[in-house]
Design a binder for this molecule. Structure first.
Ligand SMILES: [Zn+2]
Length: 272
């Protein structure tokens, strides 16, 4: 009986060890793919987790659906100029996270107009990238959250499109030209991590050790915050920057005394 209890305890410890090793923040040498509607949702939604993954030597590919070329109140701003600004800001933010600009893929759709893209072509583009990079995990906006459903069209479309592409990627009869012409085999994404999943989050990553890095990355998106969003300026007045950093620190999600990012973790056809 005593021996049996020892075996049970040993198995339980082994299960805990395996589970700990399987935690995403422990991953090393994997391929991580992030789909983001705008160049900043990635850093808002999962910037801390990406920092941890980058530190551990994982390869991270960031796919940006839109060029974010509409979000300015500055009447002198043009869409073309704003797209250039947003690209440079995203590259600077990703550099802080530890992702080189060569790993950022721009789909280049206009801000707020992702829903007007040709749906089959849009899903095909994402499907092809998944088949090409064969990621161990895909991060995406959660298509099921209220904010994505009702508030922001690019978030809604980006979330649904990524989910559709994940499904299509594993069946060779969707976009068969990927195999027949490009030699890209079907691929099943083994793990999905949906960010902005406030009410349905089932997985939390402790980002306490990298929260300053995440906030620093967010502040690279200068044009998206006051005063630059009203009258563009490329840099920060130190007072405005300090105010934003304070605000972001106060707004960070906390759980059990730690700063965390929450995700809806899913496998297969989307249940947990
Ligand atoms: Zn967004």
């Amino acid at each position: 009986m005593k021996r049996l209890s020892c075996v049970v305890i040993a198995l339980a410890l082994l299960a805990c060890f395996v589970q700990a090793q399987d935690r995403i923040e422990q991953w090393k040498g994997k391929t991580v793919m992030v789909f983001t509607p705008h160049p900043d949702d990635d850093v808002f939604g999962c910037g801390g987790t990406l920092s941890l993954l980058a530190k551990n030597g994982n390869k991270i590919i960031v796919v940006v659906y839109t060029n974010d070329n509409k979000g300015s109140f500055d009447l002198e701003m043009t869409s073309e100029r704003l797209a250039r600004i947003r690209k440079a800001e995203q590259e600077a933010a990703m550099e802080v996270i530890g992702i080189p600009k060569a790993n950022i893929i721009w789909m280049g759709y206009d801000d707020g107009e992702l829903e007007y893209a040709e749906p089959k072509a849009l899903a095909g583009q994402a499907t092809k990238l998944i088949r090409q990079y064969r990621p161990d995990v895909v991060f995406s906006v959660d298509p099921g959250e209220w904010y994505e459903r009702w508030h922001k069209s690019d978030h809604r479309m980006g979330g649904f499109n990524t989910a559709d592409a994940i499904r299509a990627a594993e069946f060779h009869l969707y976009y068969p030209e990927h195999l027949l012409v490009d030699g890209l085999k079907p691929y099943r994404v083994p793990l999905m991590m949906f960010y902005y999943a406030a009410s349905e989050a089932n997985y939390w990553v402790d980002i306490s050790s990298v929260v300053d890095q995440k906030i620093n990355a967010i502040t690279k998106h200068v044009s998206q915050f006051e005063p630059s969003i009203n009258k563009y300026r490329p840099d920060w007045d130190p007072k405005d920057l300090a105010k934003l950093v304070e605000y972001l620190k106060g707004r960070a999600t906390k759980k059990d005394g730690k700063v965390v990012e929450g995700f809806r973790r899913a496998t297969g056809f989307n249940p947990q």
